[in-house]
Design a binder for this molecule. Sequence first.
Ligand SMILES: O=C(O)CCC(=O)C(=O)O
Ligand SMILES: [Fe+2]
Length: 328
Amino acid sequence: MANLDVVDASKPNAATRSGADDLPPVDRVEGLSVDEFVARYRLPRRPVVLVDALKRWPANGPYTPEFFAREHGRREISCGGKSYLLAEALALQEQATDGRPGPYPCMLKEARDFIRDIMPRLPWALPNRHTHPLVPELVFNAISHIDIFFGGTGNQFPFPHYDYLRMHGWVAQLHGDKEMTLYEPGQEHLMYVDPQRPWRSVMEYADQPDYERYPLFRQVRSRKVVVRAGEALFIPCGTWHTARCLNPGISVLFDQLEASNWREFVGEVVAMRKRARQPVKAVAIGAYLRLLGPLLGIAERFGANRRADWGVPTAAGEGTMLRKTQGA
Ligand SMILES: O=C(O)CCC(=O)C(=O)O
Ligand SMILES: [Fe+2]
């Protein structure tokens, strides 16, 4: 995920830029085994849509905007830095059009509120190293690893970025359709990378770029893929992307750290410390994580880092939003 401060992602959507779809389409596959996924997509770093990925999740089906408005409408939610009642934000998104989008991004960030509804963690998204006790929390810089996004027609996540600390990104779509634009890695020289935050471009509104200011962006190769309800998109680490909601929808966004993106992850953690002018910490954390990587690799051969419950602690009765309507 992108580790945003606050994004103003509520500006109107504009016409799609020309030539945006100039890479081959993203594969959409059903019944893919984890081994095939690793060989064909994770290791070669190719994005893929797993069309039947969410069928074991209790949230798949029951999680709709209507359900949240009815059952959890009085809950507060922060959208782009402003606070709303969930029912109010959902009503604005429901009425939105391409030219007049509602508030965004609206996220439920407390994973322990809904984690049981999205269990098990997708087997293709395992192993995952976030919650291993030897990986110190501080390296993640308070990033949230699992968010639920609510969006309506025209809402965008409009600036190209790759997910923070070069983790793999997953977009699990529970309701509605989300269009993702993926930009082939290795095009950073064309993407106007923000030197202070090198995981994002300074350009907003990649769908309607200001080519006077950003002429090189014309040459960037990208492809669009629509993720539909019940599907999950794998975004390999370092893949630049933007997002756009085609209609009212709900997505779970989460990230993944494992052996094949560990080296890049360590590089990002070290670079972040250096930018923060902490050279000694940068060397120490880098050395520690480089030693830890192979050890975790061995532990994973014996089944470590495969928690189907995402490693999120919940007490009895917690962790689900699918409580029954009173009297039902
Ligand atoms: O708006 C979205 O669904 C995409 C958000 C995203 O790419 C991120 O949080 O990293
Ligand atoms: Fe992202």
